[in-house]
Design a protein around this ligand. Structure first.
Ligand code: PEP
Ligand code: MN
Length: 349
């Protein structure tokens, strides 16, 4: 349930109603917009009589939010959430691209890749240090050493960095190195982990679970926000279907669905979304056209030698060519990639 305050509601009126709701045993989150304040009542409100709240001074209207997620819903927060990290804004006009290897393997590898993706226009360096591998016998990541290499390669090239955290107990340590904490698809419903990243001070990139509905993704975001971290970036990374020609089925419709239901930014991962290098560019182009606020793309300097996900990793030159195409698509729908306002079509290979 949400309480929409009148435009001229006073601070005292907001305080009074907040106290009243708290006394009834609910938690309350205030969303202070430029024109009006919206109060979100958290908890099971099925027994709460709206009429008692509607009559309070300063209240414009009381609405039941029918979706099970509240803080993540557009009803609660009407305007798009823009997450600012340094000079980068996720969820605004710019389509922000994160790129890098599936996993950090060594210093030379991550430095080379960081340099090439930065030159092509990426703003964020990706690279796993704790890898959720299907087999316990395959490369599991370099751990903290990998995070150090990732951070240093990112800083040297003016990039932010993102990496996955798999355990609640490691959120503090991983936060020391990354600008964005990634919660992987396999952990989307690891509720203790969601609560830990909810207490962290860094934005969270929350990937859609392998067989999760969009509602479940938004409920997972609700865990993070309700624990205290409003900076959640959703990520469509493909879901399991009966299709076998791709590793996953990338759900392009997740972009408009999320935009309608939620104020949170959503980015797309065409690498895990398809699992195949030759399909990454078409799906990246489609995701931007469908309204994605960003992309996360696997790029490797030697994909054939990669310790994980080589077959879905782009070669640096493929990534650079894709970025030029994406600039055109972003521009066509009133957005941009980088500072170039009008892209140059002759740069497309
Ligand atoms: C990754 O980004 O490297 C990864 C493991 O992704 P996902 O959790 O989507 O499988
Ligand atoms: Mn990967």
């Amino acid at each position: 349930m949400i309480i929409v305050m009148q435009e001229d509601a006073t601070e005292i009126q907001i305080q009074m109603i907040t106290e009243k709701v708290k006394k009834l045993g609910y938690d309350i989150h205030a969303d202070r917009g430029v024109n009006r304040t919206v109060l979100g009542i958290i908890g099971d409100t099925s027994q709460l009589d709206m009429r008692n709240l509607e009559v309070e001074e300063g209240v414009a209207e009381v609405l039941r939010v029918t979706e099970p997620y509240k803080l993540a819903s557009r009803a609660f927060h009407h305007k798009d959430t823009i997450i600012r990290i340094g000079s980068v804004e996720i969820g605004g006009e710019e389509v922000v691209v994160a790129a890098g290897p599936c996993a950090v393997e060594n210093e030379e590898q991550i430095s080379q890749i960081a340099e090439t993706v930065a030159k092509a226009g990426a703003k964020v360096l990706r690279g796993g240090a704790f890898k959720p591998r299907t087999s316990p016998y395959t490369f599991q990541g370099l751990g903290e050493k990998g995070l150090k290499l990732l951070q240093s390669a990112a800083r040297q090239n003016g990039l932010l960095c993102v990496s996955e955290v798999m355990e609640g107990g490691l959120v503090g340590m991983v936060s020391e190195y990354v600008d964005i904490l990634q919660v992987g698809a396999r952990n989307m419903q690891n509720f203790p982990l969601l609560k830990e990243v909810g207490k962290a001070k860094k934005p969270v990139l929350l990937k859609r679970g392998l067989s999760a509905t969009i509602e479940e993704l938004l409920m997972a975001a609700e865990y993070v926000i309700s624990t205290g971290n409003p900076n959640v970036i959703l990520c469509e990374r493909g879901i399991r279907t009966f299709e076998t020609y791709t590793r996953n089925t990338m759900d392009i419709s997740a972009m408009p669905v999320v935009k309608k239901r939620s104020h949170l930014p959503i980015i797309a991962d065409p690498s895990h979304g398809t699992g195949k290098r030759d399909m990454v560019a078409p799906m990246a182009r489609a995701a931007v056209a469908a309204g994605a606020d960003g992309l996360i793309i696997e790029v490797h300097n030697q994909p054939e030698k990669a310790l994980s996900d080589g077959s879905q990793s782009l070669y640096p030159n493929q990534f650079a060519a894709l970025m030029e195409e994406l600039k055109m698509i972003a521009w066509a729908i009133g957005r941009k990639i980088g500072s170039v306002d009008k892209p140059n079509p002759t740069l497309i290979a």
